[in-house]
Design a binder for this molecule. Sequence first.
Ligand code: 9D3
Length: 245
Amino acid sequence: MRFDVVTLFPDMITAAASYGVTGRAIQREIVSLSVWNPRDYTNDKHRTVDDRPYGGGPGMVMKYRPLHDAVESAKQACSQPAKVVYLSPQGKPINQALLSEACAVSQLILIAGRYEGVDERFVSKDCDDEWSVGDYVISGGELAALIVIDAITRLLPGVLGHEGSALQDSHMNGLLDYPHFTRPEQIEDSSVPDILLSGNHADIEIWRMKQMLGRTWQKRPDLLKNKKLSAAQENLLQQFKSEVE
Ligand code: 9D3
């Protein structure tokens, strides 16, 4: 998988992506990451990338030409089919399903905007899709691009070891995770659930599924609305509910 990020702050992308899971995936060449600065595609003395909005109003707008030329360079760096995604507050909210589908393309070109946004003709002529990371305001697209790179990288074959397999990730199955415990066994008046000390791995697996269902019901009931549970899962959730009161 190849990621290309068009950004006025390229160091922000390469620095953050060099850590942890993404950093290892880059080192092991499962992922390649390149950055393209629209400022390098300007011709004037001041290397101008923004201008005042037609119609007036506050803030500045990113100019078409430097963005277009940066994307063209990113496309030429790879002959495989590319998808160009503009990260913006107006985009589709990303989720695990949308990101899983994105793994099918071999090159993802991510556009991180700054200022009030980009010239709308860049969105319509040069971009294939528009994605948001949620209904809150951040200052630019770089952190959003990093979220997309991180979440997709975790899904690529060979990136996670089997113990941390992406299939085991919470949200892959549409449920929240079960609770985790480690030593010591006792912290003040709080102990570890007995089942986890029992060594009975079949029962532990069932208990964990019950916790996933119960915690999703308690903390994120909206996730259960669009989810079909098996008969066994329905049964575990009923048990959890009856034990709450
Ligand atoms: C004054 C109106 N604002 C629009 C909601 C201006 C504005 C805010 C933030 C314009 C650009 C931005 C920068 N945001 C992003 O680039 C961004 C973003 C976001 O703010 N929220 C959720 N997802 C994303 S993806 C990129």
